[in-house]
Design a protein around this ligand. Structure first.
Ligand SMILES: [Zn+2]
Ligand SMILES: [Zn+2]
Ligand SMILES: [Zn+2]
Length: 189
């Protein structure tokens, strides 16, 4: 265990939602999806966006947008669309559970391995987050309308980042993310 839980920034979150259009009900309620493996699991968590600095998916709905590995400031959504993450349910050939929200960086990361190293700074990802969700991400199927493919797992920081550009974003220590494994297909507005 590191000392992160005793640091002021581990408990400072006000839990204020940023936009009237993203109230608690909207952030936590189910949202219909059109197709794909996640259709069998209707629970969806809205309010996720791409950071223009690191290319990771981060939770945008708080007044504080977490910590970005590029400059240790907050993530920046820019003109990113809004994404929704399915939660609940188990493994299928096209769904991977054990993705969680880190309360330090507010990114989604794969928590299925023993090591959660490489959040930002010298810390490990932490999941004493306000979200109890075990996210289940759909992967490896043709991209239907309302979804975006080319989201990948980074072997260094264990987060989910957009790999569809030549530029692979900014990981810990300023290096690009290293894509591996599934090609995730994420519901997007
Ligand atoms: Zn970022
Ligand atoms: Zn983290
Ligand atoms: Zn990375």
């Amino acid at each position: 265990m590191d000392e992160a839980d005793s640091r002021p920034d581990a408990t400072r979150r006000s839990f204020l939602l940023k936009a009237a259009g993203l109230g608690v009900a909207a952030a936590f309620a189910g949202a219909a999806v059109g197709a794909g493996p996640a259709l069998a699991e209707p629970n969806m968590h809205a309010g996720w966006r791409t950071c223009q600095k690191c290319l990771c998916l981060f939770y945008w709905g708080f007044s504080d947008s977490g910590q970005c590995p590029k400059d240790f400031g907050t993530h920046q959504s820019g003109n990113s669309p809004f994404y929704r993450l399915p939660w609940g349910g188990g493994w299928t050939p096209n769904d991977q559970p054990d993705w969680r929200c880190c309360h330090l960086c507010l990114r989604i990361f794969f928590a299925g391995y023993l090591s959660w190293a490489n959040c930002t700074l010298a810390r490990s990802h932490r999941i004493s987050s306000p979200f109890p969700f075990n996210y289940v991400l759909p992967h490896d199927f043709p991209q239907p309308p309302g979804y975006q493919a080319n989201w990948r797992y980074c072997t260094t920081c264990q987060t989910l980042f957009y790999s569809g550009h030549a530029w692979q974003g900014v990981c810990k220590y300023g290096a690009p993310h290293q894509a591996a494994g599934y090609n995730f297909v994420i519901p997007v507005n």
